[in-house]
Design a protein around this ligand. Structure first.
Ligand SMILES: [Zn+2]
Length: 67
């Protein structure tokens, strides 16, 4: 699977990441949308889950960079 051959599911630009079960570009807005779609409506827990998801994603990116 080549991420760069895919398009961002939210704005249609070239995808840079496969995150939260969606292809997304470098835009933070699109990343946020991917998290929201994955997390779904979560009321007051949503913000916290969002934050945790971003941390997990950043950790994952660090691991990739080290390889
Ligand atoms: Zn995008």
């Amino acid at each position: 699977m080549e991420v760069e051959e895919e398009k961002c599911q939210f704005c249609g630009k070239q995808a840079k990441h496969f995150a939260f079960a969606a292809f997304v570009c470098d835009s933070k807005e699109c990343m946020d949308k991917a998290i929201d779609e994955r997390g779904g409506p979560g009321g007051h827990l949503k913000a916290k889950r969002h934050q945790q998801a971003m941390i997990a994603f950043e950790e994952e990116q660090k691991k990739v960079e080290k390889r």
